[in-house]
Design a protein around this ligand. Sequence first.
Ligand code: UYC
Length: 232
Amino acid sequence: ASLNPDEVRSQLNSGTTETKLKLIQALAEAGEVGLPVLMEFLLERRSASITPVEGKVYQILYRVNSEPVQDFLKTHFQDGLLSVASEAEVDYSPLQQLLAEQNFLEADKLTLQKLCELAGETAIDRKWIYFSEVKRFSTTDLQTIDLLWQIYSEGKFGYSVQRKLWLGVGRNWEKLWPKIGWRQNGTWTRYPQGFTWDLTAPVGHLPLSNQLRGVRVIEAIFSHPAWSNQQG
Ligand code: UYC
C-alpha cells in the first residue's frame, strides 16, 4: 500500500473491508505520519455506521502514547466509538473499553456477566444463565454485544459470526467445534489457557459459551430473533 496521503484517503473511502484493514495496518506501522490521516478518517465517520474498519482505527489510536491523540479521542469519542444502546439498562461501556484494548479474556468474562445481568437478579447470583432466559433478552442488547465484538475484532468475533458458521455446517455442533477451535483432535479446548485470546484465533472463536450444561444456551442465543434479518 502506498502511503501518499491523497491515495490513502481515497482508498479508505472506496476499497473493500480487507483492503481498508490492510491499509490501516500499514498506516499504523508508518508511525507518526499515519496518525493525522487516521484521526481525520475517524472524525469523518463519526455519524456513520460503525464497522470493524472504524474499530481498528480506534484501537490503533487508543494505543498511541501521545497527548494530542488521546486529547482527540477524549474530545470526539468520550464514550468510546459506539454509543452502546441498551433497552435493559445494562451498561456496556466497560465491555467496549476492554474490547478496544483487545483484552479479549476479560471482555469474554464480562460478556458472560452481562448476559446474567440481562437475565436478571437470580442469574446474577447464579453466575450462569438458563437457556429459557435467553428468549427474553432484548434484541437491542444482544445486537450491541455482538456489534462490539465485531467492530473490535476486524469482524472475526461475535455471536452472529458464530451463528453464520453454525448455519453453514447445517447446525451440526460436532462440525462447528473444530471450526471455531473449541474442540481439537476430539478433545475439548481447556479454559482458559487452551483458547486464543487475540486476533490470530479462528473466526468465531469468541465469545465463549460454556458447554458444561450442554448446547441449549448457545442454541438459544443463535435462535434469538436478534439475528433473524441476517442471511445465513
Ligand atoms: N470451556 O471446555 N468449564 C468455563 C469453555 C466445557 C469447565 C468458562 C468452552 C466442556 C469447567 C468458560 C469450552 C468442559 C468449568 C468456559 C470449554 C468444560 C468451566 C468460565 C469448549 C469439560 C468451571 C465461565 C467447548 C469437558 C471451571 C463459566 C471453574 C468454565 C468455556 C469444563 C467461558 C467454550 C464441556 C469444569 N468454560 N466446559 O461459565 O474453575 O463458568 O469454575 O465446555
